[in-house]
Structure formats: C-alpha cells, structure tokens
Ligand binder design. Structure first.
Ligand code: G
Ligand code: G
Ligand code: MN
Ligand code: NA
Length: 250
C-alpha cells in the first residue's frame, strides 16, 4: 500500500516525472497539444502509475502539492516548444476545490513566462457536481488567463448534457471506451456522430482519445472530429523525446 509519507518524500527527492502524449490536429496531421501525464519512479517498487497513487494523494493536501508541481513542470517544458503547440494538464477535482487554482495557474504562468493560451486544463465530471456557481467563477477566471477548459473522459459518469450549457468548455475529450467500440457495432458510432455534431453546433472542439486502429481513425475523420490522440500516433513519451517529435506529420 502506498503511503502519504512516501509521496511527500517523492516530491522532495524528485521521483515524479512527466510523460507527454501528443494530440494531433485532424486537419493538418501536426501536433497541436501535448498532454502531460505523471509517472512515479519509486526507488524500490519501480514505476507506479497515476491510477495507483492519485486517488491516495486526493485523500490529503498532497494532491495540491503534486498538482502544482505538475503545472509548473508542464508549463516550463511547453515554454521551450514551438508556440503553436499547447500543453494540457489533468487537474484533479480535489485540487481544484481545495486550492486557489486560479492563483496556482497564474503563478506558474508568470514564473515560466508561458502564454496562458498555451495551457489547457483537463477536468473530469466529478468536479461539476460540486457547488456550481463557485466552479463556474473559477473556470471563468482561468479562461481570462487564456487557458482552455477541457472536459476529460466525456460520456462516462453522469455526463449530463446540461453541463455543456452551464460550464464554459472549449473542448470535450470523448472517453476512449467509445473509440474502442467503433468497430463493435453501430451504437458507439451513432453516439460519436451525435457528439461530433453537438460539438459543431455548440462551437466546442472534440478530441477523440485512445485511437488505436486505422479503422477508428477513418471513422473519426468521416465525422470531422477535430483532434486525435492514441497509440496509433504515439504512446506517452519521456520529456527528452518530445522535441524530435514536434515537427512530425502524422
Ligand atoms: O497515463 P495513465 O494512463 O497511466 O493515466 C491514468 C490516469 O491518471 C488517467 O485518468 C489520467 O488522467 C490520470 N493522470 C495522469 N497524469 C495525471 C496528473 O498529472 N494529475 C492528475 N490529477 N491525474 C493524472
Ligand atoms: O483519463 P485520461 O484521458 O487523462 O487518461 C489518459 C490515459 O490513457 C493515459 O494514461 C494514457 O496512457 C492512456 N492512453 C492513451 N492513449 C491510449 C490508447 O490509444 N489506448 C489505451 N488503451 N490507452 C491510452
Ligand atoms: Mn486527460
Ligand atoms: Na480521458
């Protein structure tokens, strides 16, 4: 079992690192954004995935410390990339609510010099069931800093369509389970088509995540999905591998 104490130490000893996975513009085939994904190189247990430790970090203020570290590290990296490439960071609902997230982001933008328009904040639906007026105000303040607001794992959880009216999303990332089902019957394809046209009519960009096959890619191109992410293009890669990937056309 992972202990809180070990995570404090991991922050101090710099055992966390970020990997980056590209999102590809469906129109151009070029990278438009890199998603930062945290990894923990534990000195004894080896690599531990965020699926194993984020939920534990969320039980205390550690999630805020880890979240600030992730924002800083991702923005510092992005400041060295071509300025048409954004970085997206997953922000836990618990970090968002327990910290002054707007101040956290503003501080990081200032210290790294990154233009706020190059930072995208990925949140999950869990956040949206919190007191909504407060959440809406914070999201609006993040947008004033230039940041795009992305709803991650769209279509899972409660996914009330009313969220789309209530919260100012710039982008929806369709959960990878829908992409995996593209070849498995007409229902997933019908849902994806509906989400794509919803996005088009609401002026919200759509990203498909978990794209693994040519067949999935071809369907997503047919429905004019805006951005694509998945193993078909690239796995998450270490920081050192990002620069050589930047100019690639996928
Ligand atoms: O990269 P991987 O598939 O192992 O990620 C597993 C889960 O952990 C995903 O849901 C992803 O959103 C989440 N995750 C990855 N990196 C971060 C991070 O830096 N902060 C938070 N809060 N979640 C992350
Ligand atoms: O919840 P979130 O979307 O942030 O999670 C991203 C996770 O999905 C990352 O841990 C990443 O490793 C994983 N992932 C990214 N692309 C693919 C893919 O094509 N297939 C599968 N199975 N997982 C993927
Ligand atoms: Mn994500
Ligand atoms: Na996701």
């Amino acid at each position: 079992r992972i202990l809180e104490q070990e995570m404090h130490q991991a922050l101090e000893e710099e055992e966390f690192r970020l990997c980056y996975q590209p999102m590809i513009s469906a129109d151009s085939g070029y990278i438009c954004c890199m998603e930062a994904l945290i990894r923990w190189d534990h000195p004894i247990r080896g690599e531990i995935s965020p699926g194993e430790f984020i939920s534990i970090a969320e039980q205390s203020n550690l999630i805020v410390e880890i979240g600030k570290w992730t924002l800083l590290t991702a923005c510092r990296a992005a400041a060295d990339w071509p300025d048409n490439v954004c970085v997206s960071v997953n922000v836990a609902a618990t970090h968002f609510m327990r910290s002054d997230i707007v101040a956290d982001v503003a501080t990081v933008l200032e210290s790294t010099g990154l233009d706020g328009r190059r930072l995208e904040i990925e949140i999950t639906e869990g956040l949206l069931i919190e007191d909504s007026e407060d959440v809406i105000n914070r999201l609006a303040a993040l947008k004033r800093l230039g940041c795009a607001i992305v709803m991650d794992d769209f279509g899972t959880g409660y996914s009330s369509l009313s969220y789309l009216l209530k919260f100012p999303f710039d982008r929806l990332k369709i959960d990878q389970s829908f992409i995996a089902d593209i070849g498995r019957g007409a229902s997933a394809r019908a849902i994806l088509m509906a989400i794509a046209s919803l996005g088009e009519n609401l002026g919200i960009k759509i990203t498909a995540e978990g794209v693994e096959t040519r067949e999935q890619l071809s369907f997503l191109q047919d429905i004019a999905c805006d951005q694509l992410q998945g193993y078909l293009f690239s796995q998450p890669v270490p920081h050192a591998d990002v620069a050589p990937m930047m100019l690639r056309n996928f």
